[in-house]
Design a protein around this ligand. Sequence first.
Ligand SMILES: Cc1ncc(COP(=O)(O)O)c(C=O)c1O
Length: 441
Amino acid sequence: MRSGSLAINGGPRAVESLGPFPTKIGKEELLELVDMWELDPGDQQKVRHIIRNATMVKGPHLFRYYNPKPSKVAAAESAMRDLIGTEYCLAVNSCTSALVAAYRALGIGAGDEVIVPGYTFFATAATVASCNAIPVIVDVDESLCLDPGKIEEAITKRTRAIVPVHMRGAPAQMDAIMDIAGRKGLAVVEDVAQAGGGSFKGKRLGSIGTIGCFSFDYYKVIVSGEGGFVTTDDEWLHTRAQSWHDCAACWRPDRFAKERKEGELFCGENYRMSELEGAVALAQIRKADRILAGYRQAKNRIKGAIERPPGLSFRRITDQAGDAAVCLVLFLSNAELTRRAILAMQAEGVPAGGIYDSKVRDWHIFKYWEHILDKKAVARDGLPWSAVPKNELPKYSRDMCPRTLDLLGRSVMVDIDYNYSEQDCRAIAAGINKVLQALLM
Ligand SMILES: Cc1ncc(COP(=O)(O)O)c(C=O)c1O
């Protein structure tokens, strides 16, 4: 064959053009999405009809990187940065991922210790262990968040970070915790999973510590089904969290380039958020303050209408204005009375529940974290426990945080919905008063 006929030498091209082809994601996928929204049946039919008959130009690009259109995930990150008030924000696929990325960004690993509260969803502590570090479990106080008075005695030469969890909407005592961390040279990772949008003394949660970790799973203040964010003012920590969250390095300006600075590149995982979650998260972040205002109004109405018989106290809220207000916690004098009060309130139709019942397993309470208490390992290397001499490991036991168990066992938790009307709030408060009068007076 004559080389002069090659296209590279000016000859005719063998393939003149390809396509255009339909995109993989088309009307069928959009119809599946529409199916998830419970529109009025008539409207649902109209929308489906319009979609089926619409001229399809192009389907969406659901990968945040290399997106020909402006990325929804990037827009959600930017909106979250504005809402929380940090310099940097990284979207990930859950708060569990956010916590791992945060710990890894801080360089936490085998032989290190991280202080966590005994009342939090297990993910806060489990991710410490899955990073091969040792969780050190500390009591909560009447705020149901980490007790600053118990932190210093838990600090050892191995401690690298403190993780205050803003539990059930309410801010932890960030001033006292930041003071300890500053004096001891420790990082603070705020677990904001349950209090997204809340604040402490005028600063949004997730902007006070070294790094903030958010959940957007279905049950949180603002939601996207699954999803999470990592917030920080520290550019280097942000860069390292990016490295961990996407080992394919799609996030890098020059993807396959060598390390720009030592410590930028290491073996990470894939925690990327998809454009579908990004789109929902973006809309939710824009609505966050409206949703929070609804929670706060409902909680204030209910709390304000509760009579105060002797023997009743409320959970201590460290900053009323900053409370995300997703629940109201009442403390009674003992666990048995609490159990009876909860059953009676439920019978009245009050959305009340307990937090800890010694007969019910629940991974929000350290006592049931047998993975940690029994020092279970995923592999033969025995990590994280094998990285520390046995006699230097924390002494875990099922009754190690008695104050936590006492407070949780005496807690009645009333769920708040941001949609409650004034009438709903009055009715709920009346139900609570009725039960308290019968049991306490
Ligand atoms: C305090 C706390 N931290 C972390 C998580 C984990 O969040 P995700 O479900 O987004 O991984 C949760 C979820 O329930 C949580 O409540």
